[in-house]
Design a protein around this ligand. Structure first.
Ligand SMILES: [Zn+2]
Length: 375
């Protein structure tokens, strides 16, 4: 009965089954190139507007410029920031205790203290009874020493970090409640990276959009349920964590890994006014949905923050171009993130200002407003 059904259907709409594919050979007549060999060059000629420098001064909420302990490093990073119009960088590399204070001292001594702010990391290894109070007290000390936020909390939290009893440390483990409450009392944001792109949690088959990246980097494969939680399980833990601490300011790194489904992030924004999101390393998704992303950025313009993640100065202009122009079908900088082209979102100026610096200045009041006043 099942075999007969399609034939009957085709007869009723007047098609003969063979006519659809008669003109197209099923196999190429030459050996096909591999996924790494095929690099078609676009022949499309359209207006192109490179944007080497952001239109407004920027706070990079997700900076990984290396340890800022020497004058040479600080000067090299500041020179790159000046070119790009990045006025302030959040040092998001895990730093606490002396590792944090050494950097704060070095930046002060360099004369560039208004160009950097520092976040404090948390020691989440081997959590057991009493760990929460100990971590919270270290956080208070780091903040006294100059830290203005928590983070970046690494993806290992939730994926691989173990408790003292050997079990996986879940994102909403109650032992850590006191830490998140402390951040809320101190009035500092918690910048958290949870999970990774959802494709990394899916089977590595020929339908997976991140096949190449997962094959290049086997340590980005989180699809073994005997070792890792599923993507949705992890996100459910994160959502309970957020819901449990409404007085804490949360910033989800990488837009919570929901850029392939912005509506899901929108629901989180709608439910939790204390949640924000940062755009690092997800440009490939924004640039393939420029109209919907523009609508989303406009609707939630007070929730989205610029951040770059890996510190490669030559990559920042791709962000400026996607956010500021209406350019079409241009290359992205990393082929294993995306095999497709990008389009500009053409964001309105007031949205750009909030994403580039306004929201960061509101969340981190201790950022000097000096470089932003005349804009
Ligand atoms: Zn990061």
């Amino acid at each position: 009965m099942n075999k007969a059904a399609p034939v009957l259907l085709l007869v009723t709409v007047g098609l003969t089954p063979l006519s659809l594919n008669a003109q197209r050979p099923t196999e190429p007549t030459l050996p096909p190139p591999s996924i790494t060999e095929y690099r078609p060059e676009s022949t499309l000629v359209v207006p192109a507007n490179e944007v080497p420098r952001a239109k407004f001064p920027v706070v990079d909420f997700h900076g990984h410029p290396g340890n800022l302990t020497s004058l040479e490093t600080v000067e090299r990073v500041v020179a790159a920031m000046d070119e790009l119009n990045v006025q302030v960088m959040v040092q998001a590399i895990p730093s606490s205790g002396t590792r944090l204070t050494r950097q704060i001292d070095a930046v002060r001594a360099s004369g560039y203290s208004e160009r950097f702010v520092f976040f404090a990391s948390l020691d989440l290894e081997n959590v057991g009874p009493g760990s929460g109070a100990r971590i919270a007290s270290q956080l208070r000390e780091d903040v006294r020493n100059g830290a203005v936020g928590v983070g970046e909390i690494q993806k290992s939290f939730g994926l691989t970090t173990r408790k003292a009893d050997g079990s996986r440390l879940q994102l909403d483990d109650p032992e850590l409640d006191v830490v998140w409450e402390t951040a809320g009392q101190l009035g500092i944001p918690v910048f958290i990276h949870s999970g990774d792109p959802p494709e990394f949690f899916e089977p590595l088959d020929y339908e997976n959009e991140r096949w190449l990246e997962m094959a290049l980097f086997p340590n980005r494969q989180f699809n073994d349920l005997s070792r890792f939680p599923s993507f949705d399980e992890l996100m459910a833990e994160r959502d309970r964590l957020i819901a449990g601490h409404p007085n804490t300011t949360w910033v989800l790194a990488h837009m919570g890994w929901h850029t392939q489904d912005l509506g899901r992030l929108g629901e989180i924004f709608d439910r939790h006014p204390n949640v924000h999101a940062e755009v690092g390393a997800v440009l490939y998704d924004l640039g393939r949905q420029p109209r919907f992303a523009r609508e989303f950025f406009t609707k939630y313009s007070d929730r989205i923050l610029f951040g770059k993640d890996s510190f490669r100065p030559e990559e920042y202009p791709y962000y400026w171009r996607v956010f500021e122009t209406a350019d079409e079908y241009f290359d992205y900088y990393r082929d294993y993130h995306a095999f497709w082209k990008l389009y500009g979102m053409d964001l309105p100026e007031d949205v750009l200002r909030r994403v580039y610096y306004g929201n960061a200045l509101r969340i981190i009041p201790r950022i000097s407003t000096l470089g932003f006043l005349d804009n």
